[in-house]
Design a protein around this ligand. Structure first.
Ligand SMILES: [Zn+2]
Length: 152
């Protein structure tokens, strides 16, 4: 599959990468659309900011540059792995693209999980191959966050 990968400031390459697979607890999502936002532009012009430099893997994802870009996207569930029972193949989903350590409580009771140490984003710090965790909270909508903040 094709991916735009961040190597370093000013160095984004369109490359072929292996097709992704879903690990236990994950869903494989076929992207229908992916936006490019100001964060992506800042990574290209001023980065690395969120993208982990080569030799410095992001703690939660374990990945380092080059990383596939694209953190504002939606798509269709293409496959499910063991441990995912609240989604179905064919579901249309939008992700809250957080990468958070497995040690962080992301249940409804923790209202500050998004402030966890080493939090980062799918499509900036790894996992940008269109797999997503089954957590319902990660099915929230980034554009909703933006419009919610804009109206406050
Ligand atoms: Zn963005």
């Amino acid at each position: 599959m094709k991916a735009a990968r961040f190597y370093d400031r000013g160095d984004i390459r369109i490359e072929d990468i292996p097709e992704p697979t879903a690990a236990p607890g994950e869903a494989l999502i076929k992207a229908a659309w992916c936006g490019i936002c100001g964060t992506d532009l800042h990574e290209r012009l001023d980065g690395p900011i969120f993208c982990p430099p080569r030799g410095h893997p992001q703690p939660a994802s374990g990945e380092e540059s080059p990383v596939p870009l694209g953190h504002e996207f939606f798509g269709v569930v293409e496959a499910l792995c063991v441990g995912v029972d609240d989604l179905a193949v064919g579901d249309h989903v939008v992700l809250e693209p957080y990468i958070i350590s497995e040690k962080v409580d992301t249940t409804q009771g923790n209202k500050s999980y998004h402030l966890a140490k080493d939090m980062n984003f799918i499509g900036l710090a790894g996992r940008g191959r269109w797999t997503g965790r089954k957590d319902r909270r990660q099915a929230a909508v980034d554009p909703q966050h933006l419009s919610g903040h804009a109206t406050r």
